[in-house]
Design a protein around this ligand. Sequence first.
Ligand SMILES: *[C@@H]1O[C@H](CO)[C@@H](O)[C@H](O)[C@H]1NC(C)=O
Ligand SMILES: *[C@@H]1O[C@H](CO)[C@@H](O)[C@H](O)[C@H]1NC(C)=O
Ligand SMILES: *[C@@H]1O[C@H](CO)[C@@H](O)[C@H](O)[C@H]1NC(C)=O
Ligand SMILES: *[C@@H]1O[C@H](CO)[C@@H](O)[C@H](O)[C@H]1NC(C)=O
Ligand SMILES: *[C@@H]1O[C@H](CO)[C@@H](O)[C@H](O)[C@H]1NC(C)=O
Length: 306
Amino acid sequence: MGDKKEIQFNYPKEPEAVTFETPFGKFGIFTCFDILFHEPAVVLVSKLQVDTVLFPTAWMNVLPFLTAIEFHSAWAMGMGVNLLSANTHNISLAMTGSGLFTPEGPTAYYYDSGTEEGCLLLAELSAHPCLSPTYPPAVNWSSYAASIKRFPGGKDTFLGAVRRDIFTFSELRHKTGNYTVCQGDLCCHLIYRMSNNSKDEVYVLGAFDGLHGVSVGCICLHTNHTKTLVHYYLNTCGQPVETAETKFEMFSLSGTFGTNYVFPEVLYSGVQLAPGEFEVMGHPGAVIFLQGREWKRITHLNIHSE
Ligand SMILES: *[C@@H]1O[C@H](CO)[C@@H](O)[C@H](O)[C@H]1NC(C)=O
Ligand SMILES: *[C@@H]1O[C@H](CO)[C@@H](O)[C@H](O)[C@H]1NC(C)=O
Ligand SMILES: *[C@@H]1O[C@H](CO)[C@@H](O)[C@H](O)[C@H]1NC(C)=O
Ligand SMILES: *[C@@H]1O[C@H](CO)[C@@H](O)[C@H](O)[C@H]1NC(C)=O
Ligand SMILES: *[C@@H]1O[C@H](CO)[C@@H](O)[C@H](O)[C@H]1NC(C)=O
């Protein structure tokens, strides 16, 4: 773990970075909320250069950022390694969601909050993902940050809490738009086009520049209330929304992050991941939705940095 010690448990005086070599690449291990901290999670990748991380966990799903499959898939993409996550499966504790995640996205995952059935996941993964021809190019987020200009939309902002983090938000009022919302040093830019939007649904673009395990983030969040209730919903931590009717034809979300450890999350209606449906582009440093075979019902679109 990082700075926060859980004194009721034994903990190492120095955080340990555990690795081992195999004929199919170099492996590292950490567990549960270790993944939120620089040590050991980032150290294993950036200093010790593992190919694959084994990740046993008892992970409670928390929308909008920390649902297991959403967050763990984003971590593998953001760090550029394989992450094999084995979550416990206990629906009464909201602990569900395991997966075999790669830098290109999930190859297999399991999320079933309806039954107590577990599942064995099998997939073929690259032993050395960074040598694969499909390995995504590195994104220089700070160079992107220096080049981007404010979009016209998003001047009309309000504050709202997501969990305990106070975001600056702007409501997406039209079917298409280019929005910028800033807080502190962070600006979030969104270009989007909806094909048809459900009148009951409100989407907001938000920016949060502060510390929360993960430190800064851009969020495009679907709330299930009318405009006047958005403030209410956000300020009172309403029930998390898991489904959406509104369909997006395209989006591009980016943020002026000062680090290259940036984690992209996209959730479709029904807590579904979007393998192969979006990518993080080298230029212009953004999460780009690939225009696909069908319209997408997106509930959450987040990027945040370490
Ligand atoms: C889920 O967790 C609860 C609380 O710890 C426990 O009582 C229950 O037996 C668990 N269910 C399963 C299927 O393990
Ligand atoms: C990223 O861009 C910044 C600003 O343009 C530059 O100073 C830095 O060297 C670049 N980093 C890499 C790794 O290319
Ligand atoms: C919005 O962004 C798109 C893509 O960059 C661009 O083609 C369009 O002209 C922009 N519209 C406005 C109003 O800035
Ligand atoms: C959006 O389009 C779909 C299919 O074309 C249709 O079934 C749905 O009712 C539409 N939703 C709204 C809110 O218009
Ligand atoms: C959205 O709100 C409506 C009306 O309050 C409710 O019937 C519906 O179940 C809600 N949907 C979700 C996903 O929360």
